[in-house]
Design a protein around this ligand. Structure first.
Ligand code: MG
Length: 258
């Protein structure tokens, strides 16, 4: 999802990278662990969500046709958005928002809301069939060989289902923690589980607000992964900007050899 960022002019890009030159030569010997965002950092999330919506719709057509007729994909999306609005205390829990939406849709479609569990599983299985960015797996292998990694996500992706759990010490989601990034407490909980102080942790993520500013305000160092060459639009800057995880690996290897 784009967040109102615009393409950067060549002149601004030069100025911007100049601002990071000093950081590029810093040694990072005191970095003891890395936390990584998942969606749009390791894989593009929307293709997986759209596939999951299509597979859910196909399942409903077969097993709950009244619901499929009443709630085509666009209307199911609108229902989920309404559930989000109506349940602000569940803002960090996409699974529960989806379950509530499915129960409402099934009931209104004249079918048994208990089937929401099965329907959710269809959606969730497809949502976890993600297509990694080409650099993600090689970079995870090299980063995990160097430092402990933890996944830190506001979404409901499952690194076990995706097959990435071997690279991570653990995954901490907003759902299980009870609060989402940019809340400092989820960053601090990850640092505590890693057994290191916040300033010894590098957080890597695509979202300027939730990942970069959230991590910095929690006392971590923050890497902005900017795969779409967007413009940084906040006064407070990331500690490092990279265009890919591959670039981050090379930067860390250079920094530790300096
Ligand atoms: Mg993300």
């Amino acid at each position: 999802m784009r967040r109102g960022c615009s393409s950067r002019s060549p002149a601004r890009r030069e100025d911007y990278h100049a601002g990071f030159r000093t950081l590029r030569t810093h040694r990072l010997n005191d970095i003891r662990a890395i936390t990584l965002d998942l969606d749009d950092t390791l894989w593009p999330v929307w293709p997986a969500i759209e596939r999951a919506e299509r597979e859910l719709q196909a399942w409903l057509q077969q097993h709950a046709p009244g619901t499929a007729r009443a709630y085509p994909i666009e209307r199911m999306r609108a229902l989920r958005a309404q559930v989000y609005e109506d349940h602000p205390h569940l803002a960090h829990d996409f699974c529960e928002q989806r379950m509530i939406s499915l129960r409402i849709a099934l009931r209104e479609g004249g079918e048994d809301p208990v089937r929401a569990e099965e329907a959710f599983e269809v959606f969730y299985a497809a949502r976890n069939r993600v297509e990694l960015y080409a650099d993600s797996l090689p970079a995870l292998e090299r980063l995990a060989a160097r430092l402990p990694l933890a996944a830190l996500t506001n979404g409901n992706a499952c690194i076990h289902r995706i097959g990435l759990s071997a690279h991570f010490q653990f995954s901490l989601g907003a759902r299980e923690h009870g609060a989402a990034k940019p809340s400092p407490c989820i960053f601090h909980a990850a640092c505590a589980r890693l057994g290191v102080a916040p300033h010894q942790v590098l957080h890597v993520g695509d979202d300027p607000h939730m990942d970069v500013l959230g991590a910095r305000r929690a006392g971590l160092r923050a890497v902005w992964i900017n795969r779409r060459d967007e413009t940084w639009e906040h006064a407070e800057k990331p500690d490092l900007e990279v265009r890919s995880l591959d670039e981050l690996v090379h930067w860390l290897e250079r920094a530790s050899a300096a």
